[in-house]
Design a protein around this ligand. Structure first.
Ligand code: S3P
Length: 423
């Protein structure tokens, strides 16, 4: 795909796609609860469709109809063994959270994914699920993963990584376990699973980094309205900040505080982003962004899990900021859809950025003018979208290989970029 320097400012309103994390979980909670769950504004992107197909393979009736997904939940105990292995595509969230659900179901299931997912570490969920009593094995620590569920026992588990996927897998297993499970997080990560357990009628307690849940709870189907995904909005927050005279409104974006690290960091860098029309019930708001010059910042510690998926686009912003931006404590980026420390640095360097890779992050000197180049998404949706935004501020033409990767979370990304004035 060929992309060019944006000749015009970005302008207008945009409704970004629904939140991917909440869309996955709405199917999962619907499938394990009793009664009907209706999901409004579900994200029909490849990753979330993998979750729907996985639960259909386990015998759950799920209908996709105009504007909503309807799940006919009959409770955890009615999940059926799949007839074959289950392909979860590119979706780490589907694989890891589903393992937590299957840990308590007494049949064998094998999950596998695409080439990228089959290189991603699963030990992080296998270890606690084994401690709870499930039998789980892989190709070493990689997929395909075969799990045989069992009667589970609650555990106390201090997480070695800050990961919402690991936390969520343990919580799904804990719902089925005898006794109480306590999870101690390394740093608070996105809390959608905790919130949805309560929304579906379950109980847990959260005290700072400690989550406690007792097994054997009864969940009931609900109506879920999914807000826009701040991780998708992030690309336009940065694009409109960087392209002079831009003024963009992103409608009803999720602003759960465990996800808004990018708003904190961009505002520290000098960006002009305001929050309007807040919908408290759905934790969503319109984000209004106008272009501003940026200055460098330091990003490390507890904020990292709150912006982990946004670091590639924040790195692009840093290439245009005055001074040296240092991103550290972000080694988790190495085990995403690609090693995002390496792919971000390598691809932006081709466009003229001054970026150094460190063991746990990036050092970025700015501002550096970017120029068009031949770049690649490496099959990673967020790298592809970041590079498409980079192309808007780069002189000359950029050729992006594997642009179709965006379908994982944002199928209409290029359409939306063009509609706001991008090229
Ligand atoms: C997600 C958690 C994060 C994030 C991923 C979605 C989730 O992964 O990067 O895109 O929905 O729980 P980790 O838990 O591995 O950090």
């Amino acid at each position: 795909m060929r992309l060019n320097f944006a000749q015009r400012p970005l302008a207008g309103e945009l409704t970004v796609p629904a939140d991917k994390s909440i869309s996955h979980r709405s199917i999962m909670f619907g499938a394990i609860s009793q009664g009907t769950t209706r999901v409004h504004n579900f994200l029909p992107a490849a990753d979330c469709l993998s979750t729907i197909e996985a639960f259909r393979a386990l015998g759950v009736t799920i209908k996709q109809q105009a504007g909503e997904v309807v799940i006919n939940g009959r409770g955890l105990k009615t999940l059926q063994p799949a007839t074959g292995t289950i392909d979860v595509g590119n979706s780490g969230t589907t694989m890891r959270l589903l393992l937590g659900i299957l840990a308590g179901r007494k049949f064998e299931t094998t999950l596998f994914g695409d080439a990228s997912l089959n290189r991603r570490p699963m030990e992080r969920v296998m270890t606690p699920l084994r401690q709870m009593g499930a039998k789980v094995s892989g190709h070493g620590e990689f997929p395909p993963i075969t799990i045989t569920g069992a009667d589970l026992t609650g555990i106390t588990y201090e997480m070695p990584v800050a990961s919402a996927q690991v936390k969520s897998a343990i919580l799904f297993a804990a719902l089925q376990a005898h006794g109480t499970t306590t999870i101690i997080e390394k740093a608070p990560s996105r809390n959608h699973t905790e919130e949805m357990i309560q929304q579906f009628g379950g109980q847990l307690t959260v005290e700072d980094k400690m989550i406690t849940l007792t097994g054997g709870q009864h969940l009931t189907g609900q109506e879920v309205t999914v807000p826009g995904d701040i991780s998708s909005a992030a690309f336009f927050l940065v694009a409109a900040t960087l392209i002079k005279n831009s003024h963009v409104t992103l409608k009803q974006v999720g602003i759960n505080p465990t996800r808004t690290g990018i708003l904190t960091v961009l505002s520290e860098m000098g960006a002009a982003i305001t929050t309007q029309q807040t919908d408290e019930k759905n934790q969503a708001a319109d984000l209004v962004v106008t272009s501003q010059p940026l200055c460098a910042t330091k990003i490390s510690g507890a904020i990292i899990p709150k912006l982990i998926d946004e670091l590639p686009i924040i790195a692009l912003a840093a290439t245009q900021a005055r001074g040296t931006t240092i991103i550290s404590d972000a080694e988790e980026l190495k085990v995403k859809e690609t090693n995002r420390i390496d792919t971000t640095a390598a691809e932006l360097t081709k466009m003229g950025a001054d970026i150094t890779v460190t063991p746990d992050g990036l050092i970025i000197n700015g501002p550096t003018p970017l120029h068009g180049a031949k770049v690649a998404s490496h099959g990673d949706h967020r790298i592809g979208m970041m590079l498409a935004i980079a192309a808007q501020i780069a002189t000359g033409e950029t050729e992006l290989a594997q642009p179709e990767a965006v379908k994982i979370s944002y199928p209409n990304f290029f359409h939306d970029l063009t509609r706001l004035g991008g090229d």
